[in-house]
Design a binder for this molecule. Structure first.
Ligand code: KG4
Ligand code: ZN
Length: 344
């Protein structure tokens, strides 16, 4: 029985895991709190984590019907993320492990995302399934990367964003056109009734053979487009067409590059996780592209696309099963921890 904590950005989450089964996964999201500031305010996030951790941990234990004495290990996100937000969960995890005299495991946030598409069902019966080698797209407000997952605890980063993350591109473009934060879900909703071919926006690095992404230029081109065509925002239909066209540009880049990397690496399975994986066009286009190629597709279920402790706990359990050492109780959170680099 393992308790896992996640506090790297603006979700406070605790999960209880037992042999690949997620007995509870409680998530307290701060999105509404940060909405009035147009983005995550680190200091506020830290305070909220400190306030939310006790009830979220208690809630997860109660839902799982588990007493703290039954825990054999505690895990927490060690990095990367907002420094003080990370520290709140990481130090809480270490303190709990110390008090309970059990092992503590620090987990890499991106590595944990690689495991979330393989969780089926919902607590108390959610279960981690054995997985096949795959190319994994991690796409959220803070990160956009492609990873070749060769096997358990074995992965190679193929590419990442050179500037803005895809979710950041959704959010910043949405802000330009007056939509509330976070803009991704709003753009997704408005795009449903829009024409994705109405306006032609650049598809950055689409033709490059590298697996890196770049989304800052796309946002800037929308800014220039609006300076030339301000009336687009005045009409309901052209507004929706704009949302659909921006979304189509982002999604085409994500899907094309993911499929190209999968073919090149030679695996037959694609996975995706992170907040932007909630996007309906991305889910639909990945599905269609994978069907055309005969690839298996595993998308994280929407509740597990965004940050959650279930994925942290699943990875921590795999690490223990593979004989990885426990993390020192006096180690620190690593806000800039790169995937693939051993924690100091
Ligand atoms: O994983 P997440 O909750 O947090 C991190 O950024 O780590 O992802 C949040 C991001 C935001 O940029 C949000 O706009 C985006 O995911 N997002 C979406 C959708 N739902 C969330 N973007 C596009 N379409 C959506 N449906
Ligand atoms: Zn994340």
């Amino acid at each position: 029985m393992l308790l896992a904590l996640e506090t790297s950005c603006d979700e406070t989450s605790a999960a209880v895991i037992s042999q690949g089964v997620i007995l509870a996964n409680v998530i307290s999201s701060q999105t509404q709190l940060h909405a009035e500031y147009g983005g995550v305010v680190p200091e506020l996030a830290t305070r909220e984590h400190l306030r939310n951790l006790p009830p979220v941990v208690k809630g997860a234990l109660a839902k799982a019907n588990v007493k703290s004495e039954m825990l054999k290990a505690v895990a927490a996100t060690q990095g990367p993320g907002l420094p003080n937000a990370l520290m709140a969960g990481f130090k809480t995890g270490q303190a709990l492990a110390f008090a309970l005299d059990v092992r503590f495991i620090g987990v890499h946030h991106h590595e944990a995302h690689l495991y979330s598409p393989w969780i089926s069902g919902s607590p108390p019966r959610a279960r981690f399934e054995e997985f096949v080698p795959n190319v994994s797209l991690i796409v959220s407000g803070g990160h956009t990367m492609l990873v070749h997952v060769r096997g358990e605890l074995e992965h190679v980063i193929l590419g990442s964003t050179l500037d803005d993350a895809a979710g950041e591109c959704f959010d910043k473009t949405a802000k330009l056109i007056g939509l509330p934060y976070p803009g991704g879900p709003e753009m997704d909703r408005l795009a449903t009734d829009g024409d994705p071919n109405a306006y032609d926006f650049p598809r950055p690095l689409l033709r490059e053979t590298s697996d890196d992404f770049s989304f800052a230029g796309l946002k800037t081109s929308v800014r220039y487009f609006l300076q030339r065509n301000p009336a687009v925002l005045e009409n309901q239909q052209s507004f929706r067409d704009l949302c659909a066209s921006v979304q189509a540009a982002i999604v085409e880049v994500l899907v094309t590059k993911t499929l190209r990397a999968t073919r090149r690496v030679g695996v037959r399975c694609v996975t995706a996780s992170g907040g932007v994986t909630c996007n309906r066009r991305l889910r639909g286009d990945l599905q269609a592209a994978c069907e055309r190629e005969g690839f298996q597709l595993r998308l994280a279920q929407p509740a597990l696309c965004t940050d959650n402790a279930a994925m942290i706990g699943i990875l921590a359990e795999r690490k223990l099963l593979h004989g990885n050492d426990a993390t020192d109780l006096d180690s620190d959170a690593l806000p800039n921890w790169q995937l693939g680099v051993t924690a100091a």
